[in-house]
Design a protein around this ligand. Structure first.
Ligand SMILES: *[C@@H]1O[C@H](CO)[C@@H](O)[C@H](O)[C@H]1NC(C)=O
Ligand SMILES: *[C@@H]1O[C@H](CO)[C@@H](O)[C@H](O)[C@H]1NC(C)=O
Ligand SMILES: *[C@@H]1O[C@H](CO)[C@@H](O)[C@H](O)[C@H]1NC(C)=O
Ligand SMILES: *[C@@H]1O[C@H](CO)[C@@H](O)[C@H](O)[C@H]1NC(C)=O
Ligand SMILES: *[C@@H]1O[C@H](CO)[C@@H](O)[C@H](O)[C@H]1NC(C)=O
Length: 368
């Protein structure tokens, strides 16, 4: 009896062992919640074998996708959350459109082969969450700034906590919001810092931004059961320059002009004299660190006073926080000339009005 069963056993064994090597699929994958995931299986078929149908099963052994390898392809079953990514005679790739926590588990691809039967491959998927924080940011002093951080598994979040790490390395808590509605802003930040009452997209707003807010900020999601997940981004705070020019002309006919800009970081000052050769040497620059994190840059240019009347001299200020360089002409204090011009115009207008009245009166007289 045993002897007669032996060939059958051998046959079965070869079929089984061949089955084990036939389908090629990754054994495990890590997927990020909220994002699509594509995975597939390969099969090596022997001559005379044809794949008639391919089925994809989820961890509950429910068919989520099935199709017949006919031309055209006939999809007999497709769950809304999945789609066939690509298929060949010997391969099938499926996409989970948006991975959800409940998609975790082992998926099987089943190739129904004629005439040998079914072959199966298995891939186990672990779903994780990830923290998304925009990269480093710059803010303009006095303006508001919002740092936005999200975790792709909001339903697992118990608490979100923001920390600030100053350049010197000391870390302080800034604000937190917990699932049960507990909302807290630490004392030194109260009034200027606000935190959204959300666990999916946490937004920390600083308004108005001050130079001391320049630091790295970490958003920490305390999740269950994934543990603590965090991300860090750094904030640079700029103070934009408001350049000013002043000048004095000596009796000897030399003008000394200063262009001054206070900013953070230090501005870069150059002069534009339209290529004129009446300047007396290159400009001299000096920087003074103010205690408040800003720097005052002064550039001094000396030139022959004749250059002044040509309206050529301009101070050009460049700063990382500015889209375009600022240009200040030395003729910003053209006051007296403008006053004279305006007075002349005003007098002319009054005279014209008088003339009109006179003429009108004359006509009225003639009418009478
Ligand atoms: C399918 O086979 C190709 C090579 O034949 C291989 O590069 C690919 O990784 C395989 N895909 C899977 C899902 O096993
Ligand atoms: C799948 O079939 C193509 C030809 O149709 C072949 O080039 C390829 O090597 C096959 N891949 C596997 C894994 O059998
Ligand atoms: C962000 O800024 C920090 C400190 O200024 C720096 O170490 C880090 O490399 C920056 N990251 C990016 C992505 O630029
Ligand atoms: C220009 O600045 C220097 C010092 O930075 C100062 O001594 C000088 O009086 C200034 N000149 C004018 C015209 O403001
Ligand atoms: C400056 O330029 C003028 C013409 O624009 C020229 O006549 C004069 O010689 C130049 N002076 C010097 C010192 O190069």
């Amino acid at each position: 009896m045993c002897a007669s069963a032996l060939p059958l056993c051998l046959l079965l064994w070869t079929v089984v062992s061949r089955a084990q090597v036939k389908v090629n699929a990754p054994s495990s994958l890590i997927a990020e919640a909220g994002y699509p995931l594509t995975f597939g299986c390969n099969i090596t078929t022997s001559a005379g074998e044809t794949v008639r149908q391919v089925r994809w099963l989820n961890s509950q052994n429910t068919v989520v996708l099935a199709y017949e390898q006919s031309v055209p392809l006939r999809i007999s079953r497709q769950d809304p959350g999945v789609q066939l990514f690509v298929h060949f005679n010997n391969a099938s790739y499926m996409t989970i459109k948006k991975v959800q926590p409940e998609d975790e588990g082992c998926y099987s691809c089943v190739f129904d082969i004629f005439p040998t039967g079914s072959q199966k491959g298995k891939t186990c998927i672990t779903v994780t969450g990830k923290v998304h924080l925009e990269g480093n940011k710059t803010a303009i002093s006095g303006k508001p700034v919002t740092l936005s951080c999200l975790y792709s598994f909001p339903e697992k979040v118990q608490q979100v906590l923001w920390r600030k790490t100053a350049e010197q390395g000391d870390t302080t808590k800034v604000a937190s919001y917990a699932k049960r509605g507990h909302h807290n802003i630490q004392q030194p930040f109260r009034g200027r810092v606000s935190l959204s009452r959300t666990l999916d997209d946490s937004q920390l707003t600083i308004q108005p931004v001050r130079t001391e807010d320049e630091a790295c900020y970490t958003c920490e999601f305390h999740t269950f059961p994934d543990g603590t997940r965090s991300a860090t981004a750094c904030l640079s705070v700029y103070v934009l320059p408001k350049p000013e020019v002043t000048y004095v002309t000596s009796p000897s006919g030399v003008t000394e002009a200063n262009c001054t800009a206070q900013s953070r970081p230090a501005a870069q000052i150059t002069w534009n004299v339209g290529g004129d050769n009446r300047t007396l040497g290159p400009p001299i620059s000096s920087e003074y660190d103010q205690g408040d994190g800003t720097t005052i840059v002064t550039s001094t240019l000396s030139f022959q006073s004749g250059l002044l009347s040509d309206m050529l001299v301009k101070c050009i200020v460049r700063h990382r926080g500015l889209e375009k360089p600022l240009s200040v002409s030395l003729y910003t204090d053209m006051g007296p000339a403008m006053v004279i011009l305006l007075s002349v115009c005003g007098v002319a207008a009054v005279l014209l009005l008088c003339l009109c009245v006179c003429l009108c009166k004359c006509f009225v007289c003639t009418d009478d």
